[in-house]
Each structure stands twice: as C-alpha cells, then as structure tokens.
Design a binder for this molecule. Structure first.
Ligand SMILES: [Zn+2]
Length: 365
C-alpha cells in the first residue's frame, strides 16, 4: 500500500500558499514505506532530515510527524488552518517532543519518585520512538512497532482551542498534548488502549463495564497530570515537594480545565461522564483550597464520586480506596452541580461542588 496520492495531491492543491512546506507526511502502519515530505521552500536541502531529532537541541527529542493517510476533507482544512502549529519549530510541538524525550532519559528518577507512574514511563521508555499524529478514527492511541499513532482529531481540537482562546498561555498546548499523550499511554499500560479492549470490558455486563472504564479513565486523568507535574518539577533540579504542589495545582486547575473545555460534549452525558467530571471538580476545589490556605495537599490519587439514586448520600474513593462512604449530602447541591456539568458550566459546577464538600467531614489522609 502506498501513501494515498489522492490525499496528498488534494492537500498540495488546496494549500499551495498556506500549506506548511515543512509538514512531514508519512503513511501509518508501514515501517518499510519511504517517508514523504512536501517540497521544502524554507530549506532546499532535500535530504530526509527528521524535524525533531536531537541534533540541534540540548535535550533529547522524540520525532513527531503528521500522517496524510485517511484524512477527510474537514481534517485537511482544519490542519491547513493550523499550519503554524504543525511547523516543526512550533514551541508547543517542541515542548511536547522534549517532554517525551525527557522521560525516556530519566526513567529511574520518575519511577523512584512514584512507582504509580511506572506504567506510563515504561511504555514511553520501551514502545515510543516516534509519534505520528494520524487519522485513527475514535482510537486515542495506537502503538505499532515503536511508532505511536496519536489521534489527529484530538490534536486538532486542542490546537484550535489554544488558537482561539485569548486567555490561554503559550505553554498550554505543549502541556495539554503531553497530558493527553500520558493519559492514552496509561490506557495502554491498563490494557485498554484498543477499542476492542474497551468493548470487551463492557461485553458481559455493560453497566458494570462502564463503571470500570470510568474508573480507569479518571485514574489516567490523575496519573497523566501527576506525571506532568513531576516532569515540570524534575526539570528544575532536585525534587521539591512545594514546587510539585504548585505545578500540580497549575496543571490540574488550569491546563486540564482547558482540556475539558476543548472537548464540549455533543451528546447527553452518561452517569460515568458526570462522575468523571465531578471527580475532576472535587479535586480542583480541594487543590485550590489547599493552595489558597497554604495547607498540605492531601490528595494522593484520583477522587471518584458515586451517589445513590435520590442523591442524598455520596461515596468518594481516593486512589481506588474508599475515602468518604455513604455520607449525607444536600440533594439540591448535587442536582445543581450535575445540571451545571451537563451545560458545560464548570466554574459554576465547581462552586456547587464546594457546597457539597462543606457538608463533608474532610480530614487529611
Ligand atoms: Zn481515556
């Protein structure tokens, strides 16, 4: 199978002026295929130099490229609009690439700090030599012979959100891409990287299967942000707990919040979706509270809430263990928080989450 020339021609025809000449296009799932890049008006050297290898950077980088295979018209148009982001010199892609390279170079330091992130770190160390952003349908990630395919639609949503939002800082996209990558890599370590794996989990008892997937998703959300916070801290030298806390706060409450907003739900949310977002907001509230009061951060894992049908009692697990069990809450607060989540009004929902938490006897673990 060859790289679909039709797609390539379409791209070239459409983007003669705006197409990033440096955009590297490769065909997925075939290591023997020769790499194809569009003519390079910025650099007449036609040798197939990889844009993200380490040669001219201080730290090791992992190659990141884009695939032209199986793109639909909409994806081509959206990609064209983002030509500044797909440029190899783009700061966000460099940051993303550098983050993955940094982990590959410092596996021991990461695992020493917290073995919980071993799943993410080991997959990156052993299975990721190159990241190809490609059209892979509804999969988050696909690892094939050390090539790691990452979902183009997710990339487009994050990059467009960064591009369109005035209050998003420059470093957001590089961090958001890294966190998304860690989340998906953690799914690989959990054994649910493939769509078939998720389907298999739901195949016997769909409701129970969905609960498991919700728990694994929130777990991956936490471990992805945790990995990013450790990485940001280690980059500054010896590990410092106060700096980690500051980094985790920034990543969870700002970077991850943006990520949540970048994917507005097109469908009515299921209970598992609401549990995941409510869990995220419970953590955001507690982390902010801890930061403002300068009190110790006592969250050592993801918070997964569940509630009874009439919403009068709540369970919250932390790091997969019971933390709050069967405690009474005001069902009006619960309903308001859930309504706000359904509308995508997360600031409002977080305030309502604060009202729920004020009813609970929280203690540091
Ligand atoms: Zn997931």
């Amino acid at each position: 199978m060859h790289l679909p020339n039709a797609s390539l021609r379409t791209i070239q025809k459409q983007n003669l002026d705006r197409k990033p000449a440096f955009l590297r296009l490769v065909s997925p799932c075939n290591e023997n295929k020769s790499k194809i890049s569009l003519s390079d008006s910025h650099n007449n050297n036609s040798s197939p130099k990889l844009p993200f290898l380490s040669s001219n950077h201080e730290e090791r980088m992992v190659e990141i490229c884009f695939s032209s295979s199986h793109l639909n018209q909409e994806q081509i148009e959206r990609l064209t609009q983002l030509s500044h982001v797909t440029h190899p010199d783009n700061a966000a892609l460099k940051k993303f690439s550098g983050n993955i390279g940094y982990i590959k170079n410092n596996v021991g330091r990461f695992i020493n700090y917290d073995p919980q992130i071993g799943g993410i770190v080991r997959v990156i160390e052993g299975d990721v030599s190159r990241i190809i952003i490609a059209s892979i349908n509804d999969k988050g990630i696909e690892i094939s012979k050390k090539d790691c395919y990452l979902n183009l639609d997710v990339f487009l949503s994050l990059a467009e959100f960064a591009h369109q939002s005035v209050d998003i800082p420059d470093e957001w996209l590089g961090m958001a891409l890294s966190i998304y990558f860690f989340h998906e890599v953690n799914h690989a370590s959990q054994g649910i990287a493939r769509h078939e794996d998720v389907k298999a989990v739901k195949s016997i008892n769909e409701a129970y299967g969905r609960k498991i997937i919700t728990a694994l998703d929130l777990r991956s959300d936490y471990l992805a942000a945790h990995t990013m916070a450790i990485l940001s801290t280690l980059r500054c030298g010896a590990f410092s707990r106060p700096l980690y806390k500051e980094n985790f706060y920034k990543i969870w409450c700002h970077v991850c919040r943006g990520t949540l907003q970048a994917f507005p739900s097109k469908h009515r949310l299921r209970k598992g979706d609401i549990q995941r977002i409510l869990g995220y907001l419970l953590m955001s509230h507690l982390i902010k509270d801890s930061s403002h009061k300068n009190s110790p951060l006592f969250i050592e894992g993801e918070l997964l809430p569940d509630w009874c049908r009439d919403m009068t009692r709540i369970n919250i697990s932390m790091n997969q263990r019971p933390w709050i069990s069967g405690l009474e809450v005001d069902p009006r607060n619960m309903q308001q928080a859930i309504n706000s989540i359904r509308k995508g009004e997360y600031d409002q929902a977080e305030e309502e989450v604060g009202s729920i938490l004020r009813c609970l006897p929280l203690t540091a673990t």
